[in-house]
Design a protein around this ligand. Sequence first.
Ligand SMILES: Nc1ncnc2c1ncn2[C@@H]1O[C@H](COP(=O)(O)OP(=O)(O)OP(=O)(O)O)[C@@H](O)[C@H]1O
Ligand SMILES: [Mg+2]
Length: 149
Amino acid sequence: MRREHLLPTVDDTRALGAALADVVAPGDLVVLTGPLGAGKTALTQGLGAALGVGEPVTSPTFVIARVHRGGRLPLVHVDAYRLGSVADVDDLDLDASTEESVTVVEWGAGLVERLADEHLEVRLDRRDDDVRTAVLVPHGAGWEARLGG
Ligand SMILES: Nc1ncnc2c1ncn2[C@@H]1O[C@H](COP(=O)(O)OP(=O)(O)OP(=O)(O)O)[C@@H](O)[C@H]1O
Ligand SMILES: [Mg+2]
């Protein structure tokens, strides 16, 4: 999978999320970074749709986390914006364990990486011309291998 992506439209961002659906496995942690409006939720929407979850993915800002079921894997979508720390996503008492799910965290950089042995970081950014960019950064040999050279 290519590491660097130019995302002119929101559909491009969703398509990148959809492409990730082909590589995620149970227990995965995906950390999304980038400023307000960079497309973190849009990318998660594409991932959820491609996993086949049964409902639209919306921003979990006011609920901290949501579980979307009905797809190939449960999708746990966390917004850590208001969290000072995340001891353990399983402490959020969701009716899904992170072991069986793919967990996607917005605003979790520096908070959640240690919850898993490895994780995929997706660095989203917003250029002055409003085009979004994404860089996939594997952390760990497993993710390195899965993304390929
Ligand atoms: N190329 C693009 N990729 C993603 N979103 C885009 C793009 N172009 C325009 N947009 C718009 O920008 C907004 C991105 O919102 P989104 O909620 O995905 O961002 P976010 O990073 O999750 O923000 P927040 O930090 O508030 O959670 C949407 O309204 C979307 O339609
Ligand atoms: Mg968001």
